[in-house]
Ligand binder design. Structure first.
Ligand SMILES: O=C(O)[C@@H](O)C(=O)CO
Ligand code: MG
Length: 261
């Protein structure tokens, strides 16, 4: 059975953020992830992790002004300095949490700039982040996110594009964050996508489609995919990044039903 991490931006959302760590532990999760820790001091979050005895699996680099609709900075040439500052801030948090993976969001496609400019900015920024995070033995992840339903305008919205960018970036510690919910909307063919890119995958996330709810509520055949991950010897985490249909705990039966644990 894969190792499941609770995404605390999605699960246990009826509780204050500080309480979600112990809720996740009580529900049997040994690892947690979430979008952003920056509203809290790193030491404060580290204490919640330690008290709950859960591992910090992943969090995101600062995304720009999320409340105003920004969704990352990495492809935006005019935001280079802010990106570099964000890398340093995230590095401090990663060290405080002993966390080995961060997700770098690409940003929304700006109007009036050539694709080649966005791409070269993105590649330079990812190389910079990779160089900083390699110093603590951490990976920087890139995640294709569907721009049709969930994030209109998101620049990195195609699996092939992400793979080409990984080639161009050319750093061993930059890897693919494969969110199977987004991948299903983007192109489907999930088992082959996992299998043919297995050595580039640093992290996997799950939800069903449509609705982005618990595995087993939609069209994705998760028993097959979980068995495939086991057969391939996937040693990483699988982040549960779904919107619970009711209380999080009430909907966790899919782990036993679909993954046998
Ligand atoms: O899939 C997602 O939405 C997340 O993994 C993320 O990092 C940005 O929202
Ligand atoms: Mg995701």
């Amino acid at each position: 059975m894969p190792k499941f991490a609770a995404n605390l931006s999605f699960l246990f959302a009826d509780a204050p953020f500080s309480e979600r760590f112990s809720r996740a532990a009580a529900a049997g999760f040994a690892g947690v992830e979430y979008l952003f820790p920056y509203d809290w001091a790193a030491g404060e979050v580290a204490a919640w992790l330690a008290a709950a005895e859960v591992e910090q699996v992943l969090f995101n680099l600062p995304p720009g002004d999320w409340a105003k609709g920004e969704r990352g900075l990495a492809c935006l040439p005019e935001r280079r300095a802010e990106f570099v500052d964000g890398v340093e801030l995230a590095l401090d948090y990663a060290m405080a949490f002993d966390c080995r993976q961060v997700h770098c969001m690409a940003g929304l496609r700006p109007s009036g700039l050539a694709e080649s400019v966005l791409e070269s900015t993105y590649v330079a920024n990812l190389r910079h982040a990779a160089g900083r995070f390699v110093s603590i033995g951490a990976n920087v992840l890139i995640e294709p996110i569907n721009s049709r339903i969930d994030m209109p305008g998101y620049w990195l919205d195609d699996i092939g594009q992400a793979l080409r960018l990984l080639d161009r970036i050319g750093c061993d510690n930059v890897r693919l964050q494969l969110d199977l919910y987004h991948a299903q909307i983007i192109q489907g063919d999930l088992a082959r996508t996992i299998e043919s890119n297995f050595d580039r995958i640093g992290h996997i996330q799950i939800a069903d489609n449509p609705g982005r709810h618990e595995p087993g509520t939609g069209e994705i055949h998760y028993p097959y995919l979980f068995a495939l991950l086991d057969r391939l010897g996937y040693a990483g985490w699988v982040g549960c990044e779904y919107k619970p249909l009711a209380a999080t705990e009430a909907g966790l039966g899919w782990r036993e039903r679909l993954a046998g644990g």
